[in-house]
Design a protein around this ligand. Structure first.
Ligand SMILES: O=C[C@H](O)[C@H](O)[C@H](O)COP(=O)(O)O
Length: 365
């Protein structure tokens, strides 16, 4: 077990309706805005500048509009003068060998793949990812203040915010330098099953967005430098399999439009799934609902079928009502697996397998 404590907010929040964060440096301030109170915030529209006016009580903002602080507002001055203490970075206590192996994998992947010239970083989901964030924070505020971090879901968003890193979204940054993410199982060709935590739609978008330039000289990226795909998987040794479906028996996670789930269940059987099931909530009556408002089906396939995961991916993806499939085929550049003895196994997309002894120096490739 490890403990990860979110720092408590230094505010008495009941009256606050929304909080605006100015993120990204050590002098950041938090602005608390009570929308029930006319604070002199103006409604700004990106498409219609004529719509700028004071926001009155109960007045709804126009679609596609953004709030812009009125610099002349005395209230804004007052809240700006309230300094906000730094949030503490996550403190992780590793108490089991499995957690230690996750930490090893995450730290090595960060050391190798998140380099000073990388600015836009994708942060995945799952139990190994807190160690990724932990290691990124350890790179220091100086390098991180220039970066923006893109989450794959609620969990990673919380991690980014708690670590005092700048949050962005993939619609702002559709090209990401490096994405590091967990996995449920990875095969010898680096195909992965993902979505055990129902995050695979966003995870796949971030994996696909992850392209980076490899500098050919010490000065940093130039246009002639090599563009490489930089989606990196981190996990413990239990996820490292010859074929998918060896250890992960829950099936392929499939995100579906809620109204279509019953039809998709039927059609999954037609394409070879054995007893697909709608994923039900724990401590919740009803199905799991993803961060995108969709349902999740877990669709088991035989190990034989999963020897060709791309074929299964294509079959499932063609079913009407399917939003995304938790099979990531030929997307990862490398997968880092922490082993129980403290060593690391690194599998690369080109077929190389590296075995690094416990304590071995991690060298940037
Ligand atoms: O939807 C969740 C993600 O795909 C996770 O990366 C995956 O389930 C692995 O999670 P964990 O490390 O908690 O086993």
């Amino acid at each position: 077990m490890f403990s990860f404590r979110l720092p408590s907010l230094p505010f008495n929040l009941p009256k606050a309706r929304t909080a605006g964060f100015s993120l990204g440096d050590r002098t950041r301030e938090r602005t608390i805005v009570d929308l029930a109170n006319p604070l002199g915030f103006r409604l700004g529209s990106t498409s219609n500048t004529a719509s700028s006016h004071s926001l009155r009580k109960n007045e709804m903002p126009l679609p596609h509009s953004v709030f812009q602080p009125d610099p002349s507002s005395p209230v804004l001055d007052r809240v700006k003068q309230t300094p906000v203490p730094e949030l503490n970075p996550p403190t992780l206590v590793v108490t089991t060998e499995i957690e230690a192996s996750k930490q090893q994998a995450a730290w090595a992947a960060v050391d190798r793949h998140i380099l000073p010239h990388h600015i836009v970083i994708g942060i995945g989901s799952g139990s190994t990812v807190p160690y990724v964030v932990e290691r990124i924070v350890a790179q220091g505020a100086d390098v991180n203040k220039h970066r923006v971090f893109i989450p794959t879901g609620f969990q990673s968003k919380e991690l980014i915010v708690a670590a005092n890193l700048r949050l962005g979204d993939v619609d702002q940054y559709p090209v990401i330098d490096v994405t590091i993410d967990g996995a449920d199982e990875v095969d010898r060709d680096l195909n992965a099953i993902k979505g055990g935590g129902a995050c695979h739609l966003r995870e796949k978008v971030l994996a696909e967005a992850a392209d980076t330039f490899v500098p050919t000289n010490a000065e940093g990226p130039r246009s002639r430098d090599r563009l490489t795909h930089s989606f990196i998987i981190v996990a413990d040794y239990r996820k490292n399999s010859e074929y998918l479906g060896t250890n992960w028996k829950a099936g392929v996670p499939v995100e579906v439009a809620p109204f279509a789930y019953a039809k998709v269940l039927q059609n999954l059987v037609l394409v070879g799934s054995q007893n697909p099931k709608l994923r039900m909530g724990k401590a919740k009556a009803g199905p799991v609902v993803s961060d995108n408002g969709n349902f999740i089906i877990d669709a088991p396939f035989s190990t034989e079928d999963l020897k060709d995961p791309l074929r299964i991916l294509k079959l499932i993806k063609m079913l009407t009502g399917v939003v995304e499939v938790g099979l990531f085929c030929h997307m990862a550049e490398a997968a880092y697996f922490g082993n129980v003895d403290g060593s690391l196994t690194v599998r690369w997309a080109d077929g190389r397998v590296e075995n690094l002894a416990k304590g071995a120096k991690i060298v940037v490739q």
